[in-house]
Design a protein. Sequence first.
Length: 248
Amino acid sequence: MGSVKEYFSNLGSGIASLVKGMQVTGKEFVTPKITEEYPDNRDNLPVADRFRAILTLKYDDQGDHKCIACGTCERVCPNNTISLDIKTVETWDGKKKKKLDKYHYDLGSCTFCQLCVTNCPTDALEFSNDFEQALYTRSKLVKLLNYLPEKPEPQPTPEQIEKMKAEKEAKIAAAKAAAEAKKAAAAGAAATPAAPAAQVPAADDAAAKALAAAKGDPEKEAKIRAALEKAAALKAKREAEKNAGAAN
């Protein structure tokens, strides 16, 4: 009797286990599949935006990047993955400027820490999620990120050229005016009282030319007038000291 009871008890447990297993099987049967048919679905393969696959240099629609060759990414990289070749160019206004020549990036030694991206002052770098980077030779893992030709320095407009010439002539004229005023004071020319800053007359043709060249630029005009006023004040002081000495 006990064996019959045990038999039906085991039979009931087996049926219950079978029903539970069929429930799990039925649930998985209608669950969406997670197996990817790679590489057949390469064109629409979903990859997380936060996935870091390879460092890239951002280019805009005109083919320009924002790298200023400051070298910050190269310095913060913990294992020398980044190497920059930098050259110095001269701009149209005569100033020296650093410019990126070649941006070398070794994917094989990158730890994807993103320190280069977060420390870039111009937001010129980003990590792409293009994970298909497998190659047969390690040397091909060294990438040149600035793959587009570097554009030449922009040429100045006629307005910029005229402005630069006017500023240069104004500086030369102001220097000549200050030198002439100082020379006249040293030679003991007749003293003339200093006029208010807004009404300081030009001491000679050089000063007048300097003021004319700086017309339209209040800051430069103010500097030239201040220089003329200082020269006139120095001249007046020396004349006063000379007259006081003669009176004694």
